[in-house]
Design a protein around this ligand. Structure first.
Ligand SMILES: Cc1cc2nc3c(=O)[nH]c(=O)nc-3n(C[C@H](O)[C@H](O)[C@H](O)COP(=O)(O)OP(=O)(O)OC[C@H]3O[C@@H](n4cnc5c(N)ncnc54)[C@H](O)[C@@H]3O)c2cc1C
Length: 167
């Protein structure tokens, strides 16, 4: 269904930021997300406290910049997040979803919701995925595939080595 430079699988915080960064670098970009909206644990998981934007020792210096900081600032402007100087910054999941949509749309990124990145296309490396939804199974081909599933679904499916973290 698509043939792009960069395919991102998983539209959580990592996937949204990876897709926006890839598109801004000039890559044709496509994003696949299994839920009907973006944000991953921040929205679907109701993890509303954004920990780690600022260091956790006073003074709470900002330690996250770039695309995620822009997401936070835009949400704060819409009254849906606190861009403050504490260690933990609160957010409203509905506004975080909407801002993610706006950022993806603004960069012209192809977006497929309600769809699983089911299996990687492996041809001398990972060259995209087969995505599955109610319409069936379709191939999205890509020069580079970024696994942002949080579970390493694509990496593991391609037979690559992986290690389960302890965090
Ligand atoms: C219980 C819990 C509590 C937490 N509490 C906090 C907290 O209070 N503050 C904080 O800052 N952080 C917290 N975290 C950590 C934070 O949620 C993660 O660091 C962050 O969500 C990681 O982002 P991610 O994009 O890598 O993964 P995720 O947020 O997990 O996003 C992965 C995305 O990929 C999608 N996906 C998965 N598999 C596929 C597939 N095969 N095809 C298509 N889409 C797929 C998922 O639907 C999801 O949208 C918590 C985590 C957990 C588990």
């Amino acid at each position: 269904m698509a043939d792009v430079d960069v395919l991102v699988v998983g539209g959580g915080p990592a996937g949204v930021c990876a897709a926006v960064a890839a598109a801004r670098a000039g890559a044709s970009t496509f994003l696949v997300e299994r839920h009907g909206f973006l944000g991953g644990m921040w929205t679907a998981g109701m993890v509303l406290t954004l920990a780690g934007y600022n260091s956790w020792l006073r003074p709470y210096d900002r330690c996250v910049e770039g695309v995620p900081a822009e997401w936070l600032a835009r949400a704060a402007k819409q009254g849906g997040a606190v861009d403050g100087d504490g260690w933990v910054l609160n957010s409203d999941p509905e506004v975080m979803k909407r801002v993610a949509d706006e950022m993806i749309e603004a960069e012209g990124i192809g977006l497929l919701l309600h769809s699983w990145g089911a299996r990687p296309i492996v041809e001398d490396g990972v060259r995209g995925v087969y995505a599955e939804n109610v319409d069936g199974r379709r191939a999205i081909r890509a020069s580079v595939t970024v696994d942002c599933t949080g579970n390493g679904d694509i990496v593991a499916g391609a037979g690559s080595d992986w290690v389960k973290g302890t965090g």
